[in-house]
Design a protein around this ligand. Sequence first.
Ligand SMILES: [Zn+2]
Length: 339
Amino acid sequence: MYGAGDVRVETVPNPVIQEPTDAIVRIVAGCICGSDLWPFASKKASEHGARMGHEFVGVVEELGSATSGLSVGDFVIAPFVASDGTCDFCREGLQTSCRHGGHWGGTEDGGQGEFARVPQAAGTLVVVPAGFDEKLIPSLLSLSDVMSTGYHAATKARIEPGQTVTVIGDGAVGLSAVLSARLMGASRIILMGRHEARTDLGREFGATDVVAERGEEGIAKVMQLTNGEGSHIVLEAVGHMPAYEQAYGIVRPGGVISRVGVPQYEDAPVGFGSLFGKNATLTGGPAPVRAYLEPAIQQVLNGEIDPGRVFDRRVAIDEVPAGYAAMDAREALKVMVTF
Ligand SMILES: [Zn+2]
């Protein structure tokens, strides 16, 4: 990406092993993230393009000498950050804060390309035990970010069976949060979103109510649906200030707001009129995807979840710029890139 609206497909040298802990992965499928749309809308023009993409599944092509647990030919999932799997944060299940972690893209390889050098490969990559299966690609790919991020929102909120959960945002993460709330036994799931095709999928994922209204109207609608009490749990999957305002407007006293939409703000209300007066808890952050992958892969392999349904468009590498435009115009919910 060279700047706002300027995505180009270019040929670069194939990656090579640089550290003994590296692996080279041939990417089978990657995707465009909602968070890639922020730079697509606002990135300053530059002479040097940034490599893009942080979600992928692929096949191990080559291994450094310190990559135990992996074999050439393994079908693997990469979380959206790299992690060593051994430091104190990794052992605590917070791989996003790994002391030796790394990010995709920029000057490093990204997930929207044919190959990637994977740092800390033994800690980062997770082998799909069933091996390569074409029809499972969308769901396995969704675990590298969106599904695991929705699940993280639900996990941080500590949803208990029988609770009312409201999800703000009908993007791929919001829909994944709906699916996760259902898995955790929420009895009522209110989805706030106004794109009908998306909220329809949200209903199939487990939403019991859809609120298309926003702002004060949206708050009033949720309060009305919950007999004036509000929602035990609010999962915020947007990141804009109005979404946060909706969240504290609808959270039930004693409830939890869990945010996984990357906040586009630093300053936000936390005082009496927002969180304090309600004894509300605010939590959330970037999902430590790596902590959730093994059980989530099993759920996909068992057919328990089908989160890959969020992908509604598939493009080849040459069509990636068009894929960005389609997601930016909200013509596509989530675009998969296949190689
Ligand atoms: Zn670590």
